[in-house]
Design a protein around this ligand. Structure first.
Ligand code: ADP
Ligand code: MG
Ligand code: MG
Ligand code: MG
Ligand code: MG
Ligand code: MG
Length: 695
């Protein structure tokens, strides 16, 4: 998350009054950017990952792990060392060479004052070798981060801190709740990054809603969990803030763990991947084709079974973040008749994405979201300026939202060459795909960000999922794959991904036939594409410039009903392929080929050396085995870790001691994975169960 410039932030009613101005100016800036960059061509195929960490402080004496609110100190130390290294001073923790060449990882602030984000020093390039450097780079980031912390502080990659918001002293240093910005009864204001942008974001979301954010996650009902469960940590007798009334007005739902602040969502860690496309057309295509994969990868990376000291009955973070920043008013939510607001809005500003944008004849109108809300006037402005219908719709949808944080300094004069007002709206639309236009002041191309994945406990896993998604994009471009399903099916899949053990127990809507067009004679499918033009690529690159997606589009044969194009599939079928025979209108077709076999076909088509291919296999194997259930998700492992802990009373409570032991186990796995080719996950699944577990 990049920081916008410092200034004087407007509190809510003031910000609301300036919303139209910010939107108007944001659209002006967007148009300038778009005009300048729309015919940008031949940008390099670059990509980059983002890893987010929690920092914990370990108290060996009390056998307790706390969230360490040390972000600023650690970032300062890191910045100091980087500066020193540039000055050619001997710096033990940082390699001068790396600083000079820009390959030293960079660290960024995040919402939580206990969080860090790290990215590679510069984006990864086209070569396969870069893919093989990702894991060690991620490991280096961890080592560097740790080297700039106190001895008792550790960066860890759990999605959420299991005891955030409990009644004990779970932060270091300790601050009692509650404060004027968040008004939470569970977390202090000091939990948020003190940069004024973050508390203002939280406070203005709350003010716009007219009450605190409301996050209810169903508790995991274990043998001894009371039924019905009512969250024992909720205090119904507070009278410090008007918002303390929320719980007396029914904010707490039965059988749920209740949370009331942005920190419970935006304090989560995820794994994001950004791709630069060679031009806007390819960027729009990748945006669309990766979109249906969002929920699949969310389920595959599931790692969030605990909130506020309780096991919960869901496996992923997504909806909690969505609710933690849901600024919709009762009118927009449909709870009150529309009087002051402009429309009912079906989704939070953090949600699965609602548009397709590719100029692709395969994009049928039936795929679009029938519930899509757009700002008609702003859309017209974009159309009048020459933007096409699809892209104008996309941005006019993002621009239905109010800007939340506005600095008064920015309202004085429009910088038409800038991007601050555009980014204000764009960067607070947290959808699972983000289409990133080139920044006005840098030679960067059109980028697409894949945002649904949960952070994984080990760097082996984080590297594996990054590499997998990169290779999927190469397969998409190389074979001109088609994953279109109607957007509401992706919205539904996002919900499905939350269900406990969704990865092995649920089915997801997915397109049956991913191939562009096929004459009945062309089969079997994988041979067909595997043999394709494997001429180029002597340079061992992920180049796809020769592929059919560059060919002029030709008209397609007539369509059948949209409903026949997709079906419910298990994640195993989606990832590893299904062998069922189904029949379609144009003759018989095979089952779904599977994303891994598609990636394998792509790798077959580009001559890479055996060693590189074997190295890549280690990563693909993790995805394969996660999908077929051989290896557990982080969510399952953490849940079973809790349930097999001697301290656990089968009442859903995740105690301080369990979290302490969990931290040690997580550290241990991090050290073990990779040794002799073992993944931490093989170790995970072999964990001794100390007590009989029922399901
Ligand atoms: P944000 O937080 O807005 O998503 P970041 O600035 O943290 O974006 O960068 C996200 C990732 O994009 C990083 O891994 C970075 O290395 C990578 N990146 C930077 N420039 C490019 C580019 N031109 N093409 C592709 N990826 C890039
Ligand atoms: Mg981030
Ligand atoms: Mg970032
Ligand atoms: Mg940023
Ligand atoms: Mg220190
Ligand atoms: Mg990002």
């Amino acid at each position: 998350m990049g920081l916008l410039a410092l200034g004087t932030p407007l509190s809510w009613p003031e910000a609301k009054k300036a919303a139209n101005q910010v939107r108007e100016w944001g659209i002006e800036q967007l148009l300038t950017i778009w005009r300048k960059a729309k015919s940008k061509e031949r940008d390099a195929l670059l990509w980059g990952d983002e890893i987010e960490y929690l920092v914990v402080a370990v108290d060996e004496e009390q056998k307790k792990v706390r969230l360490s609110l040390c972000q600023a100190e650690v970032l300062n130390e890191l910045a100091r060392d980087t500066e020193l290294a540039k000055e050619d001073t001997v710096v033990p923790d940082l390699q001068e060479d790396a600083v000079q060449s820009g390959t030293l990882p960079t660290f960024h602030p995040e919402f939580g004052r206990f969080m860090l984000e790290a990215t590679p020093g510069k984006p990864w390039g086209i070569g396969f070798k870069d893919l093989l450097d990702v894991e060690s780079d991620m490991k280096t980031r961890r080592v560097i981060a740790k080297a700039h912390m106190d001895p008792d502080q550790y960066p860890i990659t759990l999605t959420t801190f299991p005891r955030l918001g409990t009644l004990d002293d779970y932060t270091s240093p300790y601050y009692p709740p509650s404060g004027p910005m968040l008004r939470s009864q569970f977390v202090p204001d000091e939990i948020a990054n003190p940069h004024i942008r973050f508390p203002t974001l939280a406070a203005n979301i709350r003010a716009r809603r007219g009450r605190k954010v409301e996050i209810n996650v169903p508790v995991f009902h274990d043998k001894n969990t009371p039924t019905p469960f009512s969250d024992p940590t909720v205090n119904y007798d507070l009278h410090n803030w008007p918002e303390d009334d929320d719980v007396r007005k029914g904010a707490v739902k039965p059988d749920c763990v209740y949370m009331d602040a942005m920190a419970f969502g935006m304090g989560s860690c995820c794994l994001q991947i950004t791709f630069q496309a060679k031009n806007i057309r390819e960027g729009r295509m990748l945006y669309d084709q990766l979109s249906p994969l969002g929920p699949i990868l969310l389920a595959l990376t599931a790692a969030t079974p605990i909130y506020k000291g309780f096991l919960v009955d869901t496996d992923v973070r997504w909806n909690q973040i969505s609710r933690a920043v849901d600024d919709r008013t009762p009118e927009e939510l449909g709870e009150a008749p529309l009087e002051h607001d402009r429309w009912r809005i079906p989704k939070s500003r953090y949600a699965s994405n609602s548009t397709y944008i590719a100029e692709d004849p395969r994009l049928r109108p039936e795929y679009m979201d029938p519930q899509l809300i757009v700002d008609g006037a702003l859309k017209q402005k974009l159309l009048d300026a020459g933007m096409d219908e699809l892209l104008a719709t996309h941005f006019a949808h993002l621009f239905i939202r109010d800007p939340i944080v506005i600095f008064s300094e920015d309202l004085k004069q429009l910088d038409p060459e800038g991007s601050n007002h555009f980014e204000n709206i764009q960067s607070t639309n947290w959808q699972h795909m983000r289409f990133k236009p080139p920044p006005p002041d840098a030679d960067i191309g059109w980028r697409v960000e894949f945002r649904s994945m949960e952070i994984q406990i080990t760097d082996f896993e984080n590297a594996a999922f990054s590499i997998f998604i990169v290779l999927v994009t190469r397969a998409i471009l190389s074979f001109d794959l088609n994953f279109y399903v109607p957007i509401p099916r992706t919205t539904e899949n996002m919900e499905t991904a939350h269900i406990r053990d969704a990865v092995t127990r649920q089915k997801f809507w997915f397109r049956k036939d991913p191939f562009p067009r096929r004459s009945p004679r062309q089969s079997p499918v994988l041979n067909g594409i595997g043999e394709s033009d494997g001429t180029l690529d002597q340079n061992q690159g992920l180049d796809t410039t020769r592929t059919s997606s560059n060919c002029p589009q030709t008209p397609l044969p007539s369509y059948g009903p949209v409903e026949d194009e997709y079906t419910l599939m298990s994640i195993d079928e989606i990832i590893n392929g299904s062998h069922a025979t189904t029949s379609t209108g144009d003759g018989q077709s095979e089952g779904f080929p599977g994303l891994i076999p598609l990636v394998e076909s792509y790798l077959d088509s580009v001559n890479i050396d055996v060693a590189t291919r074997c190295d890549l296999e280690r990563y693909l194997d993790l995805i394969r085995k996660r999908a077929n259930g051989t290896l557990w998700t982080g969510a399952k492992w953490l849940r079973e870790f809790v349930r097999s802990h001697p301290d656990y009373k089968f009442d859903s409570v995740v105690s301080e001691r369990i979290v302490y032991d969990m931290f040690n186990a997580v550290e241990e796995v991090g050290k073990t994975e990779g040794k002799d080719g073992a993944t931490g996950w093989e170790m995970f699944s072999a964990i001794e169960r100390k007590r009989g577990l029922d399901d």
